[in-house]
Design a protein around this ligand. Structure first.
Ligand code: SAH
Length: 212
């Protein structure tokens, strides 16, 4: 279903500057309509964010593609995602062959998405909890992707990044963020590149925004 719409979305993202063929291939294969609420299915292949309930959103396809592209993933790498949400971003990473670990803090979203992964046969490791402190047990990660906006770069995530790995995280205030692309060059040494003008829901947790 929706094959033509998916290919049109791939064309649109490539026109907007997404050039990584593996990312484009994943966007062409992962069925985004399965990750949005039923009433939103007919909007699933528009390049827009959509509400998924509980005040959260599934990120815009361009944002998903851009963040995935900047991770520069090699085959069989380990990736940590903070903010599982609908599961679409995790499904893209899984489709590209990554070993994916994903954390969601809201239990209702976590359990609905866990169920969806099982139904679709998407083998992603999930956990319900505060992702600002990472997932130490499986560290280091070759890539870390934070899909909610943070006031800063959580130190735990920098620590859990492998040397040579990349962390992508929106940093700023609650309305607008710059996308920070952090590359760990050596233990405790980082190169940071910032891309302006993104807008995400807030990252809430010990090393993120306070609850209220
Ligand atoms: N990657 C998701 C985007 C979901 S929006 C997708 O593809 O649909 C961001 C998600 O981050 C929300 O579901 C929100 O509940 C979650 N979140 C916010 N703070 C978090 C934290 N500290 N740890 C884990 N998840 C968090």
């Amino acid at each position: 279903m929706y094959e033509r719409e998916r290919l049109e979305l791939v064309d649109k993202l490539s026109e907007k500057g997404i050039a990584d063929i593996f990312v484009l291939k994943a966007i062409g294969e992962v069925e985004r309509h399965l990750f949005v609420p039923k009433a939103m299915k007919h909007h699933a292949y528009k390049d827009i964010a959509l509400p998924i309930g509980y005040g959260q959103t599934i990120s815009q396809p361009y944002t998903v593609a851009f963040m995935t592209q900047v991770l520069k993933l090699k085959p069989n790498v380990k990736v940590l995602e903070i903010g599982t949400g609908s599961g679409y971003q995790a499904a893209i990473l899984y489709n590209m062959g990554a070993d994916v670990y994903s954390i969601e803090r809201q239990f209702e979203i976590y359990s609905a998405t866990r169920k969806l992964f099982d139904q679709l046969g998407i083998r992603v490791n999930t956990k319900c909890g505060d992702g600002t402190i990472g997932w130490d047990e499986f560290a280091p990660y070759d890539g870390i992707i934070v899909t909610a906006g943070s006031p800063n770069i959580p130190p735990s995530l920098k620590k859990q990044l492998a040397i040579g790995g990349r962390l992508v995280i929106p940093v700023g205030n609650k309305d607008s963020q710059t996308l920070n692309i952090v590359r760990k060059t050596e233990e405790d040494e980082f190169e940071i590149q910032a891309v302006p003008e993104f807008s995400f829901v807030p990252l809430i947790g010990r090393e993120g925004w306070n609850q209220k």
